[in-house]
Design a protein around this ligand. Sequence first.
Ligand code: MLT
Length: 264
Amino acid sequence: MTSRVLAGDDTGQGEVLLCIHGFPLNRTLWRHQVRELSKTHRVLAPDLRGRGASPLQAGEAAAWSLDDLTDDLVATLDAKGIERVNVMGLSMGGYVAFAFLRRYASRVRSLTLVNTKADADTADGKTGRTDTAHRILTHGMAPLADGMIPKLLASRATPELHEWVRAMFLSTPPETAAADALAMRDRPDSTPDLAAIAVPTLVIHGEHDVLMPPAGAHAMAHHIPNARFVVIPGAGHLSPLEQPEAVNAVLGLFMLHCNAGHSV
Ligand code: MLT
């Protein structure tokens, strides 16, 4: 598949933090991190292909793998003349971060895994993804939003936050969300890669994530040499949106630590 340059946020100066959003969301998942971290770093938060500022182009098929999404990110970095980055991904974005590390290890300065996991889907999970893709294409995004959002946000999330997340769902074209679901279905198991991760790694997870309970992330962090594991109190699956101050504080310290001594 031909990779393409993605559009999105690119603000600030200094070492680059690349923020990869989850399914079926867009770059505004990271709005609080873009605002805060761009005071000290250059923050890139692109929309993955097929949504937001990176809509499908004429004749472009809505079918891809997570490797294709990774190649788009690298094409975007190449277009900006950026070589090494601090890679951060949430959930599906974490799966893409693992693909990034597999394919472009020399370009990764550090890794931040937010509310994600390393393992592949089970056989039942894969069947579920196929069904999800079919349902999205048949019924659109609203039923997906109705079913998923209560599992994404912790109980203390405000009505405004629910609305924000719902708007992200509804702005994603069904064919894009379906392609993401199938790409996630076909992703490899990244667990065997964990022990070989050689860059500084931060694992952030919401205390009340019911989609991916924190114990799984804790175990994942345990398998990554010297990874830091931080639970974000009061957050569900979308901790960067739900508890931005706590996430920004942890991330800001990690970024300073990882990039100390590196020139711009
Ligand atoms: C996400 O939040 O990106 C997805 O829900 C992840 C998944 O379904 O595995």
